[in-house]
Each structure stands twice: as C-alpha cells, then as structure tokens.
Design a protein around this ligand. Structure first.
Ligand code: ZN
Length: 196
C-alpha cells in the first residue's frame, strides 16, 4: 500500500473496536469518498481537542466553561447523578428519566489499578454538595466490584451532608456497565432507586 494509506489504516486500527480488516475497509472508503466529505472528517478530528474540554462543574464533555446540561436552566440543580465516565451521562440522558445534573468521577476506585479517591473528581463532588442546595445524590456508578466500592465510599463521605444518598436499585445487572445498558433499563433503575 502507498505509505499515506498505510498510515491511515494503522491509525484507524488503533481505535477501539476497529480491527485491521475494518481499518483497511475504512481507509479505502475514505480514498473513494468525495474529497469534501473526507476533509470535513479531518477538520472535525483536528478541532476536537481544541474545542472540547471538561465542564468545570460536572466534568462532562463541554465546549466552553459549562456543559449543555449544567448550562440548561430547566434542569433541577437539587439532584446530582454521579457516574463513572462521560458516556454514562449520554446513556442516562437517552433514558429520558432524569432531569437533574451530573457529576462525572473519571473512573472508579480500584486499588489494583492504583486508582483512589484522589485520582477521581471526588473532592469536587463533596465541595458541590457542601455548597448547598443539593437534596439528593444518586450514585449511579457501575454495578460491578469497583462501582459498588466507589458508591459505598462516596455514601460514607456524604454522610451528614444533608443530601439524601441513593443508588439505582433494580434492573441494572450486577457486573454490568451503565453506558451499555438500554434506555428502559436505566429509566427503571433510576425510578427504583433506594437510599444507601
Ligand atoms: Zn456540566
């Protein structure tokens, strides 16, 4: 293959879920596609890091200071849904069952991987709740070992904060991942949340 096609294939193959065959198919697709559409893709890729950062309040993806959820005045600031990763926010949003705000931790506590509360946006969450006006904190970390440990750690830290601490109870299968759950399951799990 010509070096530029080879390089594109190699870069595409580094993407999650893209094997060498798919990478080659995508590279050939780009080669055959109209130049304008490939240039739009290239422009979107190269402006991504410059344009998109983290929301200074909830750490979801944002263009500017605040993300679209935090900037939306129709959302209820009295309820914060805590999730591990930004795609979890998208999953909960698709469920349509939540009108509060979020807090993205950036992962889960995992002693094996050397991730403790200091590596996550835990201090920022506690500061948000301490700032007042928060009635409920929903701990929607994944229902796996790390997610459960994180939820229990946060529940302890939030004791005496004045906010009710809940966890989605039903529907999400143990060991699963919030971001891969379907909308109905998430909506049901949120509706059935229990106090921790
Ligand atoms: Zn935000």
């Amino acid at each position: 293959m010509p070096p530029s096609l080879e390089q594109l294939t190699a870069e595409l193959a580094r993407l999650p879920g893209v094997g060498p065959k798919t990478a080659q198919r995508l590279a050939f697709h780009c080669l055959r596609a109209p130049r304008e559409s490939v240039e739009r893709l290239a422009a979107a890729l190269s402006s991504l890091h410059a344009a998109v950062g983290e929301c200074r309040q909830c750490f979801f993806i944002a263009e500017g200071e605040l993300c679209g959820v935090c900037a939306n005045r129709r959302r209820d600031p009295g309820v914060i849904c805590v999730v591990e990763e930004a795609p979890d926010v998208l999953a909960v949003e698709r469920s349509g069952g939540f009108d509060g705000l979020y807090h993205v931790l950036g992962g889960a506590i995992s002693p094996i991987e050397g991730v403790g509360p200091a590596q996550l946006h835990v201090a920022e969450l506690l500061a948000r709740v301490a700032g007042g006006g928060v009635r409920e904190v929903i701990l929607a970390t994944d229902p796996d070992v790390e997610g459960e440990a994180t939820a229990h750690y946060l529940a302890e830290q939030l004791q005496g904060s004045g906010a009710a601490v809940t966890r989605p109870a039903h529907g999400l299968p143990a060991g699963s991942n919030v971001q891969y759950a379907d909308e109905v399951t998430i909506a049901r799990a949120l509706a059935g949340r229990r106090a921790l």
